[in-house]
Ligand binder design. Structure first.
Ligand code: PLP
Length: 357
C-alpha cells in the first residue's frame, strides 16, 4: 500500500485485479458462481445483496441474533421489502427447525442469515439453515463478514445464493473492499426482475461485466486497498484454507478457556461460540475502563459491545494472521487487567427465545 499509487487504467492493474478475483474464488471456494470484488466496506455487501435481489413489497425473512442481523433487517425495511424476522435473544443461535416451520407457513423470496454475528459472537449453524432454504426453494443470502478465511464455509457446497465478506477481518486485509459470491440463480433473479434495481453503485449486475473485464469503467477502485487485499489472500492461499481454519479453531479454544478461567459469562450460548471473535459480559460500566487500561498499559486493543452493550461487554477479535503465541501474550495482559478491574460478573438473564414476529 505504501508503494506508488497504482493507476486503475494500466495493464498492471488489469492483471492484478484478475488475480484478486481469482484469489477471492479460492477463499470462498466458489468455482461455478459469479465472483465480485469491489471497493466499499462490508455494509456495501449487505446493502448490495438486498437492493439487487429485493424489490418493493417482496416478502423477506431475516434471522437476527445480534446487531448485524438487526441491521440486515433494517436494510430490508429501508429498501421497501415486506420484511419479516425470526428474532433470537442475543447469544442464542438461529434454529433450523424454527426456520423450517416458518418457511412452511409463509412464502418468502429471500432469507438473510448472518454466519457469525460479530456483536454477540454467535456462529449460526449455517449449513443447516441454508439447507432449509434450499429445500423450500427460497433464495438465501449469508453475511460471512466475520467468517470467511477463519471458519469453514464452502460456497460451492453450501447452496446459498449470495455470500459476502469484507477485506478486514479473517482475510487480514485493510478495510475497504467487499467480496461477494453469487449463484447463477441469484444473477437470473436480478436479470428477470420487473422493477429495476434501485441503486447504481450497489447494483451487482452493473459490477458483473467489470469482473470479467476490468478495463471497463464503473467507478474508480481503491487500487492500493485491492493491492493489499491481493497480498492478504495470497497469504491465505499459502497457508491453505484448512490450515487457517484449524489455526482459528485453536485461537477460539484458547480465548474461551481464558475467559472461562476469569469467571466471566460468554454472550454466545455453548456450542455456538465463534472461532473468530469472543464476546463476554463484564460488570456494568467496567468495559470502558478495561479497554482503555489494556490499550494504555499494554498497547493491546479489544472492542467493547455495540451501542447499548458498550459498557457491559468486551469483544476479543482473534482472526487474520494472528498466531496462537501472540494471542496467548495478549490474553495474559488482559488477564492482568481483568483481575485488577473486571472481576465482577454481570448477572445473566436466562436466555429465552423470543417469539417470531
Ligand atoms: C457480521 C458483520 N456484518 C457486516 C459488517 C459491516 O461491515 P463494515 O463495518 O465493513 O461495513 C460487520 C462489521 O463488523 C460485521 O461484523
Amino acid at each position: 500500500m505504501a508503494g506508488p499509487q497504482l493507476p486503475h487504467v494500466g495493464s498492471e492493474f488489469y492483471s492484478m485485479f484478475k488475480e484478486t478475483v481469482s484469489l477471492a474464488r479460492y477463499v470462498f471456494r466458489n468455482e461455478k458462481g459469479v465472483q465480485f470484488v469491489f471497493t466499499g466496506s462490508g455494509t456495501i455487501g449487505m446493502e448490495s445483496s438486498v437492493v439487487s435481489l429485493v424489490s418493493h413489497g417482496d416478502p423477506t425473512l431475516t434471522l437476527t441474533n445480534g446487531y448485524f442481523g438487526r441491521r440486515m433487517l433494517m436494510l430490508n425495511q429501508v429498501h421497501g421489502a415486506k420484511a419479516d424476522s425470526l428474532e433470537y435473544t442475543e447469544g442464542n443461535a438461529a434454529d433450523p427447525d424454527a426456520l423450517r416451520k416458518k418457511l412452511r407457513k409463509s412464502r418468502y423470496k429471500v432469507v438473510f442469515i448472518t454466519h457469525v454475528d460479530t456483536s454477540s459472537s454467535v456462529a449460526n449453524p449455517i449449513n443447516e439453515l441454508v439447507e432449509e432454504c434450499s429445500k423450500e426453494g427460497v433464495l438465501s443470502v449469508v453475511d460471512a463478514v466475520c467468517s470467511i478465511g477463519g471458519i469453514p464455509l464452502d460456497f460451492g457446497r453450501l447452496g446459498a445464493d449470495i455470500v459476502f465478506t469484507a477485506s478486514q477481518k479473517a482475510l487480514a486485509g485493510p478495510p475497504g473492499a467487499v467480496l461477494v459470491a453469487a449463484s447463477e440463480r441469484a444473477i437470473q433473479q436480478m436479470e428477470n426482475r420487473k422493477a429495476p434495481i434501485e441503486s447504481y453503485y450497489m447494483n451487482l449486475l452493473k459490477w458483473k461485466p467489470i469482473m470479467d473485464d476490468p478495463k471497463m469503467y464503473l467507478a474508480t477502485p481503491a487500487t492500493q486497498v485491492l493491492l493489499a487485499l491481493r497480498e492478504a489472500m495470497k497469504e491465505t492461499k499459502e497457508e491453505g484454507l484448512e490450515n487457517r481454519w484449524s489455526r482459528h479453531r485453536k485461537l477460539g479454544e484458547l480465548t474461551r478457556s481464558r475467559v472461562e478461567g476469569w469467571g466471566q459469562k460468554f454472550v454466545a450460548e455453548e456450542g455456538r461460540r465463534a472461532d473468530t471473535v469472543t464476546s463476554f459480559w463484564v460488570h456494568r460500566e467496567k468495559a470502558g475502563e478495561i479497554q482503555h487500561t489494556l490499550e494504555n498499559e499494554h498497547g493491546i486493543v479489544v472492542a467493547r459491545g455495540i451501542y447499548e452493550d458498550s459498557d457491559k461487554m468486551i469483544r476479543i477479535g482473534h482472526f487474520g494472521i494472528l498466531q496462537v503465541s501472540e494471542l496467548r501474550a495478549a490474553l495474559d495482559s488482559l488477564g492482568i487487567i481483568m483481575e485488577k478491574i473486571g472481576g465482577i460478573i454481570r448477572p445473566v438473564k436466562v436466555a429465552k427465545r423470543m417469539p417470531a414476529r
